[in-house]
Design a protein around this ligand. Structure first.
Ligand code: DC
Length: 230
C-alpha cells in the first residue's frame, strides 16, 4: 500500500486546523504513505519566536521582532521521519515546544512582515518537491493551488486531552491555553485560521490516526487521478 500510494502522488497536500486535532502526527504519517516531503510551518513560527526570545526582545514590540526575524538563519529538514528545525546551525526541536515559546508564538506569528518572510520561505520549500504541509493558512494563503486541502477539526475537550497527553501537563491548563491561542490565531488581521471553501473538513474526534491517514491517502490519490496525475 505504502509503495503503491507513493508512486501515485506528485502534488501538495495542505493540512490546516487548530492545535490538538492530530495535524502533525497525521501529516507525517501521510507524507510517509504518499512518499512526499513534510513541512511543519508552525515549527517555523516557533523558531522565529525562539530568535526573538533569545535576543531578549518583547514579542509585543513588533518593530524589534521584525528586525530580529529578518536576520535569523532558519533551515528546516522536510524528512517526515526526522523533521528538524535549525536556527543558526543549531537544532532547536525541543526548544520550540517550550512553554515560553508556546506563550509568545501567537503574538510573533500575527505580525504581517514575519508572515510575509516565512510564507516566502515555505513556498520555496513546497515548490521544490511533492509535500504534505501543515499549518493554519496553507490552503488559503501559502499554497492555494494544492491538489488536496484538508481542514482538521476535533472537539475542544478531546483536543485539550490529546495535547495534555503529549506535553504531560494538566488538562485544565491546556484547555485554557488552547482556547486562548485558537481565539488569537482565528481573529488576527492577517491570514487568520479559517477553513478555505474548497477544503475537505475531517472531524478527528472519534477517529484514530490510522483512520484519518487512510481517508486522506484515498482522497489525495483520487484528486491526483482526477487532475491527470499533476
Ligand atoms: O501548529 P503549532 O501549534 O506548532 O503552531 C504554532 C503557532 O504558530 C500557532 O499558535 C499559530 C502559528 N501558525 C501560524 O500562524 N500559521 C501557520 N501556518 C502555522 C502556525
Amino acid at each position: 500500500m505504502a509503495e503503491l500510494a507513493g508512486i501515485g502522488f506528485r502534488g501538495v497536500v495542505a493540512l490546516d486546523g487548530p492545535s490538538g486535532t492530530g495535524k502533525s502526527t497525521v501529516a507525517r504519517a501521510l507524507a510517509n504513505r504518499l512518499a512526499t516531503r513534510y513541512l511543519d510551518t508552525g515549527a517555523m513560527y516557533r523558531a522565529a519566536t525562539v530568535s526573538v526570545l533569545d535576543a531578549g526582545i518583547d514579542p509585543a514590540d513588533s518593530e524589534a521582532v521584525v528586525e530580529v526575524v529578518a536576520k535569523m538563519q532558519l533551515e528546516v529538514s522536510t524528512d517526515p521521519d526526522d523533521p528538524a528545525t535549525i536556527l543558526s546551525g543549531r537544532r532547536i526541536d525541543a526548544e520550540i515546544r517550550s512553554a515560553a515559546v508556546t506563550a509568545a508564538v501567537s503574538a510573533v506569528s500575527a505580525i504581517p512582515a514575519v508572515r510575509t518572510q516565512l510564507v516566502a520561505q515555505q513556498r520555496r520549500i513546497i515548490a521544490a518537491a511533492p509535500t504534505v504541509a501543515e499549518g493554519r493558512d496553507i490552503g488559503s494563503v501559502v499554497w492555494p493551488q494544492a491538489q488536496l486541502k484538508v481542514y482538521l477539526t476535533a472537539d475542544e475537550q478531546v483536543r485539550a486531552a490529546r495535547r495534555a497527553g503529549e506535553l504531560g501537563s494538566d488538562v485544565g491548563t491546556v484547555t485554557a491555553d488552547l482556547a486562548r491561542r485558537d481565539k488569537f490565531d482565528s481573529s488576527r488581521a492577517v491570514s487568520p485560521l479559517r477553513r478555505s471553501d474548497d477544503a475537505v473538513e475531517v472531524d478527528t474526534t472519534f477517529l484514530s490516526v490510522d483512520q484519518v491517514v487512510d481517508v486522506l491517502t484515498d482522497l489525495a490519490l483520487r484528486r491526483v487521478s482526477a487532475f491527470g496525475g499533476a
